[in-house]
Design a protein around this ligand. Structure first.
Ligand code: SPV
Ligand code: MN
Length: 613
């Protein structure tokens, strides 16, 4: 047992003192003490992860009206303020002593930290400060990153309990590394929501592994272990040789064989529903850490729960999620609608409109949108029947392939495979462009450059990041194959060319290619499926016919659009000095292949004219 700092000792009641006393690390205690002095709460609650402690937090969220009960005893609903419905890019600052290239909102470090510290001063007067201890990734694992969350929001800590592995026990022993620290205050609250959103700030200090968040409740701004940790982890990964990525992890089954894939997609582009495809095996849906172990890439889910988009979830398109939402699982809904009967409803749930209710904007009337487009559900993974048995394996799962996707209406085919690691990393991953969505505040449906789907989270020089990524694929026994998917391709009438369930086919093909089971067409942008291989899969998996004309529309190579895209990407990267020449060379080679193909076949290429390899 170590002596608690005096001011901390004075601030704790006996019960919480006993819990704090078991914390092994002096620095952890001095942090708690420091933020107790800064934020001046009336009380401190140490969450030791026991049933009683978690119950206390849930009760607090309900009694302070951050969560409202529904007719299901295990399920609650939380509303964020009407201007606090998504991640706030404009007030999120990634800061470091060294200048970081290619970062939006790079702020002078001292100024940003001073500002958020002054906002935090005295902010918890009369309130209770909650302190929780969690792990990113499985416990007893080389992947584990310990993290501390300080917050005055019961909702934030309740969410964290559903989404992350409680690791109080880990903190009672020597830590494997210095933990991340997250400090959050919702600020003044009115009618259950943060009042001073104009003073909302999120500051991520990558040099010290600390992030601050104030005057906001929306989970993407406040739950430290989620997107604040991702920014810290990307920077740590470059120093230590791992990748922390905005990626799902899924096991794809094929007649008794299971191959694992990771996939990076921007928010609201089908990532969660890809992780939950019927018949496949769920490992994670948002953030993964990848490490090289004995010549193999292995991955873990940093989370143990889902903070998933609820918009459009219905019984036909997402049966697994639908069933979990209608089970006895513990769930926090956010920014959906609550009817007077205590039923939770959302846009696109496939049911008749409710008669009445309240939602994120107040009293709801027919004709208004039922839920915010970024409304979500928070639930632990153990509720999912499709959860992979390896999901909590301290050694992670072996990664057979990596998939990149975006919201692209006019360029990429539904699925293709790169020629090799570096080609896939640069021409697919580093070239993602996606229409913006409701996951961030601001204008939706604007085409954005979003490399590796981490535009908002990149915390290092973009060139260093890409170099690290390319190097990561070297010295491997059997490097993962790399794929690009596009669920959003449209025809010239602006109609989607694929259906939601088709992603199951693309992934079955990806699984077969990764195991060298099937040939493919060699095109200027990569390998594409033959009509026959897809036709067989459509029949086998979806029991659906697959017209040849549809295949031709989906897989015709739009050479001009691809050329324009490559040139846009080259121009983006020209803005950054850190980007190395090999990146430009890989992009230039792609451009050249497209130009040669255009000479021979014209601006749109029917894939069936090209050779099978
Ligand atoms: C995303 O927007 O990518 C999410 C939700 O997964 S948030 O936690 O807001 O980042
Ligand atoms: Mn995400």
């Amino acid at each position: 047992m170590i002596d608690l700092p005096i001011s901390l000792s004075n601030a704790l009641d006996n019960e919480n003192k006993l819990k704090a006393n078991k914390i092994y690390d002096n620095e952890v205690l001095s942090w708690i003490s420091k933020f107790n002095e800064l934020c001046s709460p009336a009380r401190i609650f140490i969450n030791s992860g026991t049933e009683a402690d978690i119950e206390y937090i849930k009760k607090k969220a309900l009694s302070e009206k951050e969560e409202l009960p529904t007719r299901n005893k295990l399920q609650t609903i939380h509303f964020d303020g009407i201007r606090d419905q998504a991640r706030d890019r404009d007030h999120t600052y990634i800061v470091s002593e060294s200048k970081i290239e290619g970062i939006k909102n790079y702020a002078n470090k001292q100024q940003a930290v001073d500002e958020v510290m002054s906002l935090l001063r005295g902010i918890m007067k009369g309130k209770e400060m909650l302190v929780g201890f969690y792990s990113l990734g499985p416990k007893n694992s080389d992947f584990l990153i310990p993290a501390i969350q300080i917050t005055d929001s019961g909702y934030v800590m309740h969410s964290e309990e559903l989404l992350y592995r409680n690791a109080y026990d880990v903190f009672t022993k020597p830590l494997n590394r210095r933990p991340f620290l997250f400090v959050h205050s919702e600020g003044e609250v009115e009618n259950g929501v943060s009042k001073n959103v104009d003073k909302r700030r999120v500051v991520i200090d990558v040099d010290n592994g600390i992030a601050y968040s104030v005057n906001t409740q929306y989970a993407g701004n406040t739950i430290g272990l989620k997107k604040l940790a991702l920014r810290l982890g990307i920077s740590m990964g470059i120093k230590e040789g791992f990748l922390m990525e905005h990626m799902l992890l899924v096991g794809i089954n094929n007649d008794g064989r299971r191959s694992y894939f990771s996939g990076a997609y921007p928010s609201l582009c089908g990532k969660t529903s890809t992780a939950m495809m019927p018949g496949e095996s769920l490992v994670g849906d948002d953030i993964a850490i990848l490490r090289k172990v004995n010549g193999e890439i292995r991955g873990v889910n940093t989370d143990k729960g889902v903070f998933g988009v609820i918009d459009g979830i219905n019984s036909t398109d997402d049966p697994i999620i639908w069933n979990v939402l209608h089970s006895q699982a513990e769930i926090i809904y956010s920014n959906a609608l609550l009817t007077p009967e205590g039923i939770v409803r959302w846009n696109g749930d496939g049911l008749n409109d409710p008669d009445a209710g309240i939602n994120f904007a107040g009293k709801w009337k027919q004709g208004m949108q039922i839920s915010n487009s970024n409304a979500r559900f928070t639930v632990s993974l153990h509720n999912f029947p499709n959860l992979d048995p390896e999901y909590d394996n301290p050694a992670g799962v072996p990664i057979k392939g990596i998939v990149y996707g975006g919201r692209d209406y006019d360029t990429w085919v539904p699925v293709q495979e790169s020629f090799n690691w570096a080609h896939g990393v640069i021409v697919y991953g580093a070239s993602i462009e996606s229409q913006s969505t409701a996951a961030t505040l601001g204008k939706s449906d604007v085409r954005e450059f979003n490399p590796m789907a981490i535009l908002d989270f990149l915390s290092v020089n973009i060139g260093d990041y890409l170099k690290h990524y390319i190097d990561f694929g070297t010295n491997l026994k059997d490097p993962p194959k790399i794929f690009a998917v596009n669920y959003f391709l449209k025809d010239d009438q602006n109609k989607y060319l694929t259906e939601k369930s088709d992603k199951r086919i693309w992934f079955k093909w990806i699984e077969m290619r990764s195991n060298n089971d099937v040939g493919a067409i060699e095109t200027p942008t990569g390998y594409m499926p033959t009509y026959e291989s897809l036709n067989q899969l459509f029949l086998k998996v979806l029991n659906k016919s697959y017209p040849k004309e549809l295949y031709i529309k989906q897989f015709s190579i739009r050479v001009d659009n691809n050329l324009q895209k490559i040139r846009r990407i080259i121009n983006y990267y020209k803005n950054y000095k850190s980007v190395t020449t090999d990146v430009f060379q890989i992009l230039a080679e792609q451009e050249k292949r497209l130009l040669v193909a255009k000479e021979q076949y014209g601006g749109i290429i029917n894939p069936e004219l090209l050779p099978i390899k």
